[in-house]
Write a protein that binds this ligand. Structure first.
Ligand code: ADP
Length: 247
């Protein structure tokens, strides 16, 4: 019997990296998963691998999030778990040089999306009297590195939103938590390193006590725990999955 047996879940940004790791683990533990991504080909590939449903979504757009939520209700009848994982960063550069369009995009995809999914999914969870929301933030939200200032700030926003949502939604049976991964070996890594060279990787790794990058499986395992009934007393936490980077 899987730890998420009988549960239904949306995982945004699940076509790649951490989101794909979460989708794989959820499916392995018995959940029915909607693999939602702006890259529909990637979503289809992961959905096929995990026996889930692929859905196109741009999490920064209200109409697109509404369509995703409706598709989940149509497919599953009821939605138990929402993972807000889709994320983007801007190119590493001094904070005053970041283009306004990039700033808007980072805030819309990382932060506004949490509001949009809440608008379309929280009413459904409230009516059901239960639900779990997991926001994939970042160590950048608590221990910022230079040159990714607005990305760091967007992740700090997600952590505060998690705590705020947890307090408001606890009385109606909805738990809200966050994960703070350190950079993984995913397509986003190059942005964090500045330049993906062996030297830059070694320098970055020297700041992680356990000496390795986060893997999609690490996120999948932590997400599975926080979204399962084993964590029924846990809400409002932002759990570091960072090999000790934030100590
Ligand atoms: P990470 O290290 O966070 O896993 P990735 O770049 O591997 O980074 O994964 C991020 C995922 O989020 C990608 O699959 C990407 O297509 C998806 N994504 C990016 N922007 C959006 C968006 N606006 N709406 C939905 N998915 C998005």
């Amino acid at each position: 019997m899987g730890r998420l047996q009988g549960k239904t879940a949306i995982v945004t940004g699940a076509g790649s990296g951490f989101g794909a790791g979460i989708a794989r683990k959820f499916a392995a533990e018995g959940a029915r998963v909607m693999v939602a991504d702006i890259n529909i080909e990637a979503a289809r590939e992961i959905a096929q691998a995990v026996g889930g449903v692929a859905q196109h979504v741009d999490v920064s757009l209200n109409v697109s999030v509404e369509r995703m939520a409706q598709a989940a209700f149509d497919n599953f009848g009821q939605l138990d778990i929402l993972v807000n994982n889709a994320g983007v960063t801007h190119l590493p550069m001094p904070l005053e040089d970041v283009w306004e369009e990039e700033f808007d995009r980072v805030l819309a995809v990382n932060a506004k999306s949490v509001y949009l999914t809440a608008r379309h999914i929280v009413p459904h969870m409230k009516a059901h009297g239960a639900g779990v929301i997991l926001n994939v933030a970042s160590t950048a939200g608590v221990s910022p590195r230079p040159l990714l200032n607005w990305y760091n700030a967007s992740k700090g926003w997600m952590i505060t939103a998690t705590r705020t949502m947890a307090v408001e939604l606890a009385p109606v049976g909805i738990r809200v938590n966050a994960l703070n991964p350190v950079a993984g070996e995913t397509p986003l890594l190059a942005s964090f390193l500045g330049e993906d060279t062996p030297e830059m990787r070694a320098k970055f790794l020297s700041t992680i006590p356990l000496g390795r990058f986060s893997q999609p499986e690490d996120l999948g395992n932590a997400a599975c725990f926080l979204c399962s009934d084993e964590a029924s007393m846990i809400t409002g936490v932002a759990l570091e999955v960072d090999g000790g980077r934030c100590i």
